[in-house]
Design a protein around this ligand. Structure first.
Ligand SMILES: [Zn+2]
Length: 81
């Protein structure tokens, strides 16, 4: 099957799920996800395991990783600040 579409795999600590984004389109999830440098689903899951261990949600990560992920969140959805 043709796979010309390039994909970005990312682990989302808000939804506790692997996200797959077509690189050509806008990412539909703007929560705390971390892009994984992998080209297929299994490798992406392996890399997630290597980098973040068994953590699935943001509050299961060490504090410094939590802060790093919060940092990449866009601020435009924070009307109170
Ligand atoms: Zn998400």
């Amino acid at each position: 099957m043709p796979t010309t579409e390039r994909l970005t795999y990312a682990w989302c600590f808000d939804h506790a799920a692997l996200h797959v984004f077509p690189q050509a389109s806008t990412h539909w999830c703007t929560a705390a996800w971390s892009a994984l440098d992998s080209t297929d689903r299994n490798k992406a899951l392996n890399e997630k395991q290597n980098r973040f261990g068994a953590a699935r949600f943001l509050d299961e990560l060490p504090r410094e990783q939590q802060l790093a992920l919060r940092h990449i969140k866009p601020d435009k959805h924070h009307p109170h600040e």
